[in-house]
Design a protein around this ligand. Structure first.
Ligand code: ADP
Ligand code: MG
Length: 678
């Protein structure tokens, strides 16, 4: 029995070595191979010479009208040339270093030649020769993304073989009704037309089918997963409303209306008997921490423990400190668990976590280590969630019996996209900054204006403010980054001595060293903090009003926005100084965007436009999977439609028992999301 799940090893010519090479392209099964789609097509529909443009890649069909000439030079190089007549025109054809073609070219026979047209010499520099063999590809030639382990031609050959051998067992996954509504292809036809298209129209239709199929399956998986979660027993956090209100009244500021809205969304979830799975999205400085604080209070007031995971020790410490203050005088007792604790202290804390004598545990990924046993974890919070991998998030989730999950992120993805892309999560958005915040003034200076920037900085320090200076980013080398930051800190120390103290922060320092420096900066013992980008995430010092970034054009927009978000966190006017002489248009566009807006959603949109969605939503960055065919930004409408179609199907009683839907049911089972159906 053939199955698309067969290993590619079953194909002729695929041994262990080739298997490895294919694996480097994420191709393990026959299905992976058949859905390894071309990145583009070369037109191989023959054209007339009059229609050819200079330097264009063309295909012509014609009759050989001169004896082919072979010349060899040296050991390996050769040239084959002949003339062909195409319609009324005549052209010279030259093939370099493909001597074996000579035997296929004979005077007065028909050939098809692909190559590059050289107008002035009336010559086609050939790359490929097709003789009139009916089995040859026609219409368009698929070009695959290849790598150094595996060649185009090999991929093409294997796909041909796999298709010929397995086409009988390619079942259509999409329900008939949807396929008919959108006039999409059967899956077998789709796969055939993507790899060996009859013409451009068929390739287009196949691509549309594949994009829809991909979005639909993705949405179906996520929504089935979500339903499965809802059917399992989650934790019901039945906090006392009045008690929670009283706690909220102790917060020293008024919540923004956006904060109130998301607090309501979260609290409603906490009360429900199924597992909360919610993403809290809010721009830097929008006040996510206090929202989390309210959820924490609710959970702990009913006797549960809460774990809060942050990506760096600095951030974990800062949260612990702040929340300890927020919760002083309540029954919340805060513990900090990090990797750099002393063994004895560490063990003691582990015991307390296990016997439930601490109830809010804040830490880094130390929270998910095997030896950490929670007494009764009711709520797990993940700050800066895009900094964690799927596995780490899953590990935290598994530390309790279906604890409620609140993931937080400052990556401002446009609302529509967040809702569709995060599928299995509910999304809450804080789209408003606390009142009284003055927008950060952003200035772009050229390197020759550096003195101006430094003078400005000095003026701010004289008024009692603090400043960050971010040293140039050197992608390739952490040690150069460190050298740079160190030199810069020394330079500023000399310049500002003895009035101001300069601190230094970089990735090669130990966690204790980093924390000590951060603490001194927080306490005002240091006025300036020179840093590599380690400062980027989450750090909060309301007294800092200047963020100066060297070689700012080397940073991405998302990162610049994060860095800028380190200032403007108090009531004072804050400034961001970008020092840059951009070498590219994109670099210039980034500087202009930063000057033009402080709105994270606008920055994100611009980032999407400049870079394309793949990079912004790349799985590493945000946890959103990358799509092979569909583009969640360009094809957003289609993604939305697929989302509602998937939901509708799942709502249809008995859909999973209909014979025609069995391939889809099997597909879901294979993706281990079968709980819903068992
Ligand atoms: P982020 O969303 O980037 O994590 P934080 O939670 O660190 O932001 O909040 C930034 C700052 O704003 C903190 O100092 C916090 O105390 C303050 N803050 C939060 N909400 C409000 C509010 N409604 N009014 C005034 N200040 C607030
Ligand atoms: Mg934060």
């Amino acid at each position: 029995m053939l199955s698309l799940q067969d290993s590619v090893g079953k194909l002729k010519g695929v041994g262990p070595k080739m298997g490895e090479n294919l694996a480097s392209l994420d191709i393990l099964t026959v299905e992976d191979l058949l859905t390894y789609f071309p990145s583009r097509y070369d037109e191989i529909t023959p054209i007339n010479l009059e229609d050819a443009k200079d330097k264009q890649r063309i295909t012509v069909k014609g009759t050989v009208i001169s004896e082919p000439m072979m010349s060899r030079f040296g050991y390996r190089r050769s040239r084959l040339s002949f003339r062909i007549m195409v319609g009324q025109g005549v052209a010279q054809v030259t093939f370099f270093n493909q001597p074996y073609l000579a035997k296929s070219v004979q005077i007065n026979t028909d050939v098809t030649v692909m190559g590059t047209w050289d107008q002035s010499r009336n010559e086609i520099k050939g790359t490929k020769l097709l003789t009139s063999n009916p089995n040859e590809e026609k219409g368009m030639g698929a070009i695959y993304p290849a790598n150094k382990h595996i060649k185009q031609a090999t991929i093409r050959k294997l796909i041909r073989q796999a298709y010929d051998q397995y086409q009988r067992v390619i079942a259509t996954l999409l329900p008939i009704s949807l396929r008919q509504r959108y006039q999409l292809m059967e899956r077998r036809e789709m796969i055939k037309q993507l790899h060996f298209p009859d013409n451009r129209e068929m390739a287009k239709l196949a691509q549309r089918t594949a994009a829809y199929e991909e979005f639909f399956l993705f949405q179906l998986r996520l929504q089935a997963l979500r339903r499965a979660h809802r059917q399992e027993n989650g934790i019901q956090i039945l906090y006392d409303n009045e008690e929670l209100r009283e706690f909220i009244r102790t917060i020293p500021f008024e919540l923004t209306s956006a904060q109130k809205r998301v607090v309501n969304e979260i609290c409603r979830d906490l009360r429900r008997p199924y597992q909360m799975n919610r993403l809290l999205q809010g721009d830097v400085g929008s006040g996510k921490t206090i929202v989390a604080g309210i959820a924490i209070y609710a959970a702990i007031s009913t006797g549960y423990q809460v774990a809060m995971m942050a990506p760096t020790e600095i951030l974990a410490e800062q949260h612990a400190e702040k929340l300890a203050r927020t919760f002083s005088g309540t029954h919340v007792n805060v513990a900090l668990l990090t990797g750099s604790m002393k063994a004895k202290q560490h063990q003691e804390l582990l015991n307390q976590i296990e016997n439930g004598s601490v109830n809010l545990i804040i830490g880094t990924h130390a929270l998910i280590q095997e030896k950490v046993d929670y007494a009764n974890l009711g709520l797990a919070i993940i700050d800066e969630q895009h900094r964690f991998g799927v596995k780490q998030r899953q590990a935290l989730r598994e530390k309790g019996d279906h604890p409620d999950i609140l993931a937080m992120t400052a990556t401002p993805i446009p609302r529509t996209l967040a809702i569709t892309a995060y599928g299995e999560m509910d999304v809450s958005i804080i789209d408003e900054l606390p009142a009284g915040r003055q927008p950060i003034k952003t200035t772009w200076l050229r390197e020759k204006q550096l003195d101006q920037a430094v003078n400005f900085l000095k003026g701010q320090l004289e008024q009692g403010a603090q400043a960050y200076i971010v040293s140039p980013l050197i992608e390739e080398s952490e040690s150069l980054d460190v050298q740079n930051a160190t030199a810069l800190a020394e330079q500023y120390q000399q310049r500002f001595a003895p009035h101001y103290q300069i601190g230094l922060l970089h990735g090669r320092m130990t966690n204790e060293e980093k924390s000590a420096v951060m603490q001194d900066f927080q306490d005002g013992k240091l006025q300036v903090l020179v840093s590599t980008t380690v400062i980027e995430v989450g750090v909060d010092n309301p007294n800092a009003t200047v963020m100066m970034i060297y070689n700012a054009d080397r940073f991405g927009l998302a990162q610049l926005h994060q860095l800028r978000g380190r200032v403007g966190r108090g009531s004072r006017q804050s400034y961001c100084l970008l020092v840059a002489d951009p070498k590219t248009d994109e670099g210039t566009a980034r500087m202009e965007t930063m000057v033009a807006t402080t709105d994270g959603f606008v920055v994100a949109q611009r980032d999407l436009e400049l870079r394309g969605s793949g990079d912004v939503l790349g799985s590493r960055q945000s946890g959103v999977p990358e799509f092979k065919v569909g583009d969640p930004v360009a094809d957003l409408k289609m993604l939305q439609i697929a989302r509602s179609d998937a939901g509708n199907l799942l709502n249809e009683p008995g859909w999973d028992e209909k014979a025609e839907n069995q391939p889809l049911v099997l597909y879901l089972k294979r993706h281990q999301l079968a709980t819903h159906f068992d």
